[in-house]
Design a binder for this molecule. Sequence first.
Ligand SMILES: [Zn+2]
Length: 254
Amino acid sequence: MKIVYSRKYEARYPANPVENPDRVRLSAQELEKIGYELIEPDTCSLQNISRVHGREHIDRVIKSGHFEAAALSAGGAIKAAELAREGEPAFALIRPPGHHAAANRAWGMCYFNNMAIAVQKIRPNAKRVLIIDIDLHFGDGTVSIFRGDHEVKVVNPGSVDANFDYLTLNAAGYLKQIESALEDNSFDIIGISAGFDTYQEDWGGLLGFDDYQKIGEIIKEGSKCGADRRFALLEGGYHPDLSICIRSFLKGFW
Ligand SMILES: [Zn+2]
């Protein structure tokens, strides 16, 4: 399985100190050591960014000095989605994350919506798209971008209904929601916004390594019942165990 990665993701840029280069640097080292192949992405073109974001927002990102990093992150997402479209599952070990970026506004250490840019790039070849966002935080940017788009379904497990109460949710309940999202197997491709801050020792305090492996397995099995096309993009995840969470997820996902 290929891991989309660039040494340029280790660049330091002004960000919340939790979103630091070691997150991806140490994970890349670890994944390469156990035999995953790292492949280099291209920077995302302005044209592809513009399919999702308005000119004003793009200009703001340019002014903030984050454009280069954000465009390379989006480029990594596109590479993973394209590999998946060709039938090869892929994981993009990218930063900055993207799921809090809407068309014209962004927060939470996000600038461009990597998932949305990747999905728009592979359409119309992949017509129906299922996005499952396993980050602790609700992927409001992605939901906002695809609202009203009947061919893209975005699922945030743990946030599926108005009565949602994270504090009464256990790992089994969380996994069950992912299973039900995959009951509909009419999707051409599945994209995972893979944030790992729901991890037991991270902010979310819920999922263990085994749970991440199970999540990967559930998605793989669900994907195989359909078009068997899947990719995942790194979103959040800030604990030093991030590389183990990713490794566990990939063990099931591949
Ligand atoms: Zn998060």
